[in-house]
Design a protein around this ligand. Sequence first.
Ligand code: SF4
Length: 367
Amino acid sequence: MTKNKHLYVHIPFCNNICYYCDFTRCKYNEDLVEKYLDSLQFELSQRVDNFDIETIYIGGGTPSSLTELQLNKLLTMLKPYTNSVIEYTFEANPDSLTLNKIKLLKQFSINRISLGVQSTEQRLLKLMNRQHDQTMVEEVINNLNTMGIHNISIDLIYSLPTQTMDEWKNTIDETLLLDIKHISLYSLTIEENSVFNKKGYSNLDIDIETDMYFYAIETLNKAGINQYEIANFAVEGYQSKHNTAYWNYNDFYGIGLGSSCKINENRFDNTTNFIKYFNHNFIDIDYKLSTSDNMFEMVMMSLRMKKGLDKNLFKSRYGFDIDIVYQEQIKANVKKGNLINSDTNLKCTDSGLYILNTILEEFLLND
Ligand code: SF4
């Protein structure tokens, strides 16, 4: 059995709450962070039993909201797991990633930064309650490059309430002026628990959202930042190894509040309750997926990638040929021009990728 080589670590604290956000997070509080890091250390020692981790992703929340001292504590506890690490990602917001923190990250071998930029338009940043501006973004990117961290990813959001196509085009164009290797796009859905919802904002028209998505694909591909997954784009060689492990439906550890972990057919969802977490009651839901659930999950994750699903990997994992398990769905969707089925891979066409959820509904009917 291959060992689990991927580790996600959740830091749920943020200096500031964005109006669109519905993630597991809370406002930064020094005492809470201290207690949290202690529990995290305990969870790590109890639940992560492989030290040969290849990818680590510290996400949030906003991991860069931690002070230098707290960051030092976090990175020191993770150090024993980093001997074989090839991609070590740290999520940050431009307003809290200081030069000293970057130096610390470098010292602990972090080699990839995922930066929450979201937009380059000041009006929209204000609407979202983001605390940075484009000058800060440029400064952080400059500092990262100076410190030798060149693998930089930027998150952008589109389909924001009141956002115009021109504002989206500006954001894409201005982002392309920065020296970055990877872009992740998020189409905003106004979630029930977000401030946007409480303020009465509604989603943008679906036609504008579609235009924004296709504009981004065309422009980024032309600039050599190629789409390799529904919402992710990279310069060749800079595709996220950690996220690709999720999309290949590999196993992964997940520690921290609200994180998930997959080990073979077992899934573990962590609690989102601080009190339970501080009492070391880490796992909230623990369940076993059937083979047919697992086969569907692998299809669902792998079809997100442009290269699609590795048919040999599917067979080696589940003992079944995907062409037989999903014979009807594959045939029908190839005929409709949604899927391409070769000897080695099953993948979406460009138009199929956009309606992946509809395709997956048909695969789900197999149960
Ligand atoms: S979007 Fe990110 S930075 Fe903003 S509140 Fe949510 S987790 Fe925090």
